[in-house]
Design a protein around this ligand. Structure first.
Ligand code: 2M8
Length: 450
């Protein structure tokens, strides 16, 4: 990709150099059919990462972006779930924990041809598939014809196997993608933290990232316990929905499910199919989100703990993601924009870069610890897309400029301090590279590929 203009004359950033660095990271992290989020910390294919990554790969070659998505769909289970990790058989089991020997997917009847985890992640894949289909031009239809059935099966799984009162439940914090969010503290802390699990299992994440920027051992023990219980009940969703120690209805996950139905409507249309069912489904989920998860008092969407039935009070970036939905009532949309730009998130305000993952005014806000405060490029991009869907273009532009400035200042890090802009977590992180390319292509209309 060659980008020849600066985003802002004052900043005089070398955008061409930034784009070339991002391309290099995506090429280095590519393993022949898929891209690892990070070579050492996350050495396999992750589900929602691959969707964000495909949005950037399309500027290298759209064919590569198509392969990225199709290889993930190759790991889809017979019940339609797209697992959160597709393991690379060339990588040793101990390189990442929990690895293939923990999840034991190959012992299940009708298992996919490669080892996978058994939990899911937010369904952003249809959005990426729609973009890639368009980018492929004349070959887009063939790609869409292969992707569409996988995407429909993914959403059917979510509706039928994870449905709770018309919305979808997640049964593990990792399924939300915002693994360590303070929103999960209350339900997660009800799960016993059995540290003796570390006699049998070894964390690998803290070999590659600072422990102070990762979840605590207590929370990791809870993650292991929940995953073991799902595995040992044969990944049975009926059991999990009714009996798991963690069942949560997350506004981010559900908003992305609805948004993906809108993308599916576009793909269906391109394939000459009737898009109405997808459109109706998106509207239905939007209505349920507003009815069940909107908090008039907090002016943000909140997660609900299915076990207690209560809304969880934490204001996180997941509660802003429903901005993506075009049929949001105007009052909700306006209140959400006020929350986004107010003291809790400070978006667009002097001294704040991007959208912090957690409420700046909460005593648990931590600008360096994984999902407990830092700005991430994927969630910032999603909020910017939401603003654009509602015509708030100036703030959407500002958030995209923030993404570029964060990378220009700190590199392609996993996450960033919203106030100082310092980079944290792993380096050469694939979705940061991919979304940077995507934003540069959007911001700079004359961006060329080559
Ligand atoms: C993080 O999650 C993984 C577990 O899935 C981990 O901490 O080991 C999260 O940031 C998640 O959203 C992301 O998909 C994954 C890979 O980038 O890393």
């Amino acid at each position: 990709m060659v980008v020849t203009r600066t985003a802002s004359p004052a900043a005089a950033l070398d955008l061409d150099q930034l784009a070339r660095t991002a391309v290099r990271v995506l090429i280095e992290n590519w393993h022949g059919h898929a891209t690892v989020p990070s070579r050492r910390l996350y050495p396999h294919q992750w589900s929602w990462d691959s969707a964000f990554i495909a949005l950037g790969q399309q500027y290298i070659t759209p064919q590569r972006a198509a392969v990225e998505l199709l290889s993930l769909f190759g790991a889809q289970w017979a019940d339609g779930r797209i697992p959160h990790i597709a393991f690379n058989p060339a990588v040793p089991d101990h390189a990442y924990f929990p690895g293939p020997s923990f999840w034991r997917s190959s012992q299940l009847p009708g298992h996919p041809p490669i080892d996978t985890s058994g939990i899911i992640q937010p369904p952003v894949h249809a959005i990426a598939a729609h973009a890639v289909m368009d980018r492929l031009g004349a070959n887009g239809r063939d790609f869409a014809a292969r992707a569409y059935p996988a995407l429909v099966a993914q959403n059917s799984y979510i509706r039928e196997r994870r449905g709770v009162k018309g919305l979808a439940a997640v049964v593990h914090p990792w399924e939300t993608g915002l693994d360590n969010s303070p929103a999960w503290d209350e339900p997660l802390h009800a799960v016993p933290a059995d540290l003796s699990l570390f006699e049998s299992y070894t964390r690998r994440d803290i070999d590659h990232a600072r422990a102070s920027e990762r979840p605590t051992d207590e929370d990791y023990a809870r993650y292991i316990r929940l995953a073991l219980s799902y595995r040992d009940h044969g990944y049975d969703d009926d059991w999990m929905r009714s009996r798991s120690e963690f069942v949560v209805v997350d506004p981010g996950f559900n908003a992305l499910w609805a948004w993906s139905e809108l993308a599916l409507a576009e793909i269906a249309r391109a394939l000459g199919r009737n898009p109405d069912g997808h459109q109706r489904e998106a509207e239905r989920i939007t209505t349920e989100l507003v009815d069940q998860l909107w908090s008039t008092e907090s002016e943000i969407f909140l997660a609900r703990d299915k076990r207690s039935g209560r809304l969880l009070g934490e204001r996180t970036v997941a509660g802003l993601i429903p901005l993506l939905l075009p049929k949001l009532p105007q009052g909700v949309r306006d209140a959400l924009c006020a929350t986004l730009t107010g003291p809790s998130f400070g978006a667009g305000q002097l001294g704040i870069r991007g959208v912090p993952s957690f409420d700046l005014t909460d005593r648990r806000y931590n600008p360096r610890r994984y999902w407990r405060g830092p700005t991430w490029l994927n969630t910032t991009w999603l909020v910017a897309e939401g603003l654009r869907a509602h015509g708030a273009d100036a703030l959407a532009h500002r958030l995209r400029d923030d993404m570029v400035a964060l990378v220009a200042n700190a590199g392609l890090r996993e996450y960033f301090n919203p106030r100082t802009g310092s980079g944290h977590g792993t380096s050469n992180f694939s979705w940061s590279a991919a979304l940077l390319l995507h934003v540069l292509a959007e911001v700079l209309p004359q961006a060329e590929t080559g």
